[in-house]
Design a protein around this ligand. Sequence first.
Ligand SMILES: Nc1ncnc2c1ncn2[C@@H]1O[C@H](COP(=O)(O)OP(=O)(O)OP(=O)(O)O)[C@@H](O)[C@H]1O
Length: 615
Amino acid sequence: MTSPATALNRSRWSRLTSYGLLALVVAYLAGTAGVAHGSGYTQSLILQAAIFGMLAVSLDLVAGMTGLYSLGHAGLFALGAYATTLLNQAGWNMFLLLPVSIVGVGVIGAILGMLSLRVSGLYFAIMTFIFTLVVNVLLSDLKFTGGLNGIAGPIFPDLPAGLQFFGSGLVWVVALLLLITLVVVWGMRSSAMYPVLLAIRDAEPFAAANGVRTAATKVGLFALSAGIAGMAGWAFSFLGYISPGQFTWTFSVNILVMVIFGGINTRLGPLIGAAFVSAFPVVIQIDPLVQELIFGLIFLLVIVFFPGGVVGLVSRAWRRFTTSPHHPPAPAGASAAEPVGLGELPTDGAVARTSTSRPDDYVLECSAITFGYVRGTKALEDVELRVRRGTVHGLIGPNGSGKSTLVNLISGALKPDSGTITVRGDHIERLGAAARPARGIMRTFQTAVLVKELPVRENVTIGLYHRTRNIAARSLIWPLLPGSLREHREMRAASDAALRDAGLPAGWGGARVADVPHGVEQLTQLAAARVGRPDILILDEPLAGLSVGEVEQVADIVNELRDQGVTVIIVEHQTHFIFSVCDDVTVIAAGQLVTSGAATEVRENERVREVYLGQ
Ligand SMILES: Nc1ncnc2c1ncn2[C@@H]1O[C@H](COP(=O)(O)OP(=O)(O)OP(=O)(O)O)[C@@H](O)[C@H]1O
């Protein structure tokens, strides 16, 4: 329950935030008014910086949040500027051309984004670089684009007679477009979608296992980013002449420089970078060659010594100044670093469990599953797995026997070459990983794949993705939605509860995953899977690297889940653990089923001792 003091603090804080926001809006309006009445020279400088700001923010949206380092943004920017100019010459209304530029360039961005599904990293950068190159060559060679000389952009109309005291209309329009860009992109950063986007960047299998359609999200985000670049192009066309020389591949690199210099994946970074790149040649008026050299040197120094850019540098200094060296208490048993012995097949002490479910009450059935990673070899051959509802089912076998492969087939990361997988009788073997959480299947990974730079709690909220309605679409206007703050608070509260249930003492929720011990990472992914309220939870080697205390904790969690009616499938090498917590056990070796049945029977099976322990 929230204490009155906390509620008071929260209301005081939200009042302060509102005042702060109001002050910012007033300052923004005052600044815009100042520029709108400024000299033509000042206006063109500030307008260019603002337009570059939009471009840098649009690039940061894909480069910072999803790791797509595009060098195609100069090409997209050019398409917006040229389409506006040429279509306006053809008689189109210039204001109608704003949505046309956003949507048209957005569609081209979607196509580029689709290519990102096939190539990534350096190859994606090269591909988008070629896109800018091709656009530039076309603009230079085609007659109707004015060739190398370019064409004069449309002239932005003055404000109507009654509104002329506002000054330049173009300044107000660009200020509004920049504001919209910031509301959308910053809003997305503070929405529940933000951790999901970083998961697509850093931990794609984790994102997919939580129901995120990673491919569609990447394409959508690239289309949005391209749409903003098209919008920036629309505004740029009003600044005078446009020519291919303004949209070369070096300009694409410059946009990336703005993002990296200011601070990639930060709110203010791209704006600071854009301001720096725009102001530098104006402030440092020396020989152009020396100017370029100094610019390059500054950028090199930033990259080498402050890879987080200006914002990273300032926030690091701020953190050092404000944070105390506090470390949350260790989870139960974490100090007992002694690992549990592996491969002991217990002959006594492991209590065989009797489930209340009927013998044929199978929630998950895998029949005749065959799968090979490479043609001609089979990682699994004709494997059968039947899991009774509400039971804990162990999957064991020697290294390389195909356990993880089977788990990946059930969770949709892989598709079988033949055979069927059904959940409550429905076939799911052809569904992708992202569709499985909706069927009640959640999973953890042998090696935790999480977003290292985010706090533990934010990682757990990713587990709520498939249960949160239209989260991707709503993230575009998240801060403007009336219930979004409350919803976000509820998501964080649910994540905190899941962390508590996983046995993590309060305090770990706020720690960055990069700073937490291995055991906490494992419990974090367990909490993320659990917060999604699965019917079937698959734990792939959940005990790897855990201490004795943490192993006991996982055993408690598994027993608790069974009591709640969740079906749990555990892949594990620690057979002592398996035979103490599992109702049923399936053993596979060399991709084939050895035996399956009640834990007590499997434990006594001679063939199991032979293949599993080599006895
Ligand atoms: N990505 C891959 N490409 C090719 N072969 C693979 C791949 N992943 C696994 N294999 C092979 O498939 C077989 C089954 O591997 P799998 O990882 O499923 O076994 P496992 O029982 O989970 O092993 P472990 O207990 O060591 O994790 C092994 O021969 C392995 O070398």
